[in-house]
Design a binder for this molecule. Structure first.
Ligand SMILES: CC(C)(COP(=O)(O)OP(=O)(O)OC[C@H]1O[C@@H](n2cnc3c(N)ncnc32)[C@H](O)[C@@H]1OP(=O)(O)O)[C@@H](O)C(=O)NCCC(=O)NCCS
Length: 385
């Protein structure tokens, strides 16, 4: 069977919803030898893109069977090539092809069709993110469709322990910002970061955004008029679990054993309560995504850590099924040393690939992809998790 046999068309909720969900269930994402995650979109397969300013979902049909799906969203961001500029970018996500119909060109056709939609909407660059060990995905985008490997941020995952609160130092003041204050700070301190979304105000105002908090040494003054202490840190929290749930599909034996033994310890040896219980990831669970993490000054590493503890305690007490806290940091960002995370579940190198969609952009793409990642290079949009 060849390329042309699958029909690619827009997603229609009435006829496609259940079939897309079924396809999602049958598709594992991630290399076979590692754990992988299944997503449960809870009856709304388009939920992952619904919060973006422009979005589209396409399906592939073969003999009336739904065999593939892809999603895309469009927004304006900051790019560096190497001067700071703005660009319209299209994000490709949720590409799935039914296991029985792979290697027939369906995945490529879905991406090409989505790129046409990007081009119609004047998009400069198309980009996607994948696990760098996902050979099928990397080969499809890089070898076949001409994408360039661009950045390798790290996804950091921390477990939420429902019965154990993290220590918050009494020397640190934590306060919640109003949306307008948060927007102002983000535009001032992160506006020139790579992939900073120009509609940050929409993200902050979204009901999934639980708030923005700052931390600074107690005794110092935080003024909303723009006076900030020498050391401070800020982050925002997005409740991704409201949109979709995750479930672990496979795990190395060591992880399964640890899960069981730590539960046994809790049940039979109450004096071992200090050993944190590992949550059960084999049942659907929600998660928080920490975004817009920024820090300044010599004490800021400790302040970031304190904010993370604060978010952990919020997840443990305020959101029933929130079992992990996720964040994504740039290639050489020192933040990865300050954000508590669980190595077993974290992904040290997520791979971002990019492609210029306009011919005249080819040279500037070369400049963009050859701009080395700096220490605080990347803003990861919570809508794209
Ligand atoms: C990745 C995926 C969408 C590919 O779909 P597909 O319809 O099989 O892709 P295509 O037939 O268009 O393949 C195009 C090219 O990609 C590469 N490719 C695809 N699958 C591959 C595999 N398993 N191993 C190595 N290369 C592969 C090949 O270069 C292939 O060209 P070729 O067949 O001429 O050699 C599919 O494997 C899938 O759904 N995987 C699970 C979900 C996933 O990982 N999605 C990607 C998340 S970003």
């Amino acid at each position: 069977m060849g390329f042309t046999e699958a029909i690619i068309r827009s997603y229609e909720r009435q006829v496609d919803r259940a079939r897309v969900e079924d396809l999602e269930r049958r598709c594992e994402v991630g290399p076979a030898e590692h754990m992988f995650l299944f997503t449960d979109t809870m009856g709304d397969p388009i939920c992952r893109i619904r919060n973006s300013p422009m979005y589209n979902m396409l399906v592939a049909e073969l003999d009336n069977e739904l065999v593939g799906v892809i999603q895309g969203s469009i927004k304006m961001v900051t790019v560096h090539k190497p001067q700071k500029e703005q660009a319209k970018v299209g994000y490709v996500l949720g590409l799935r092809v039914s296991p029985l119909h792979r290697r027939k060109g369906i995945g490529s056709s879905l991406v090409c069709e989505l790129e046409k939609w990007f081009t119609t909407n004047d998009v400069d660059y198309s980009y996607m993110a994948t696990d760098k060990h996902n050979e099928a995905s990397v080969k499809l985008f890089v070898n076949k469709l001409g994408y360039n490997q661009f950045r390798t941020p790290a996804i950091l995952v921390n477990a939420v322990h429902k019965n154990r609160s993290s220590h918050i130092s009494s020397n640190v003041e934590i306060s919640k910002l109003k949306v307008e204050e948060a927007e102002c700070l983000y535009r001032k301190y992160m506006g020139s970061m790579e992939f900073f979304p120009h509609d940050i105000d929409q993200i902050l105002r979204n009901k999934l955004s639980l708030g923005t908090w700052v931390a600074y040494p107690r005794g110092e003054t935080w003024s909303t008029e723009g006076q900030v202490p020498k050391s401070w840190a800020m982050l925002s929290v997005w409740n991704s679990g409201e949109l979709f749930k995750l479930r672990l599909g496979k795990a190395p034996l060591s992880c399964i054993l640890y899960t069981k033994s730590s539960r046994l310890i809790e049940r039979y040896f109450p004096c071992f309560k200090l050993v944190p219980s590992i949550p059960n990831f084999f049942e659907p669970f929600g998660f928080y995504f920490m975004y817009g993490v920024h820090h300044e000054g010599p004490l800021s590493g400790k302040l970031v850590r304190t904010l993370c503890h604060f978010v952990h305690n919020m997840a443990a007490t305020e959101t029933k099924d929130c079992k992990v806290i996720v964040t994504e940091v740039g290639d050489h960002d020192v933040l990865r040393h300050h954000i508590p995370h669980w190595k077993l579940l974290s992904c040290p190198e997520d791979l971002w690939c990019i492609k210029a969609l306009k011919n005249q952009e080819k040279n500037s793409l070369y400049e963009l992809t050859n701009t080395p990642p700096t220490t605080k290079a990347l803003f990861v949009d919570p809508r794209e998790v």
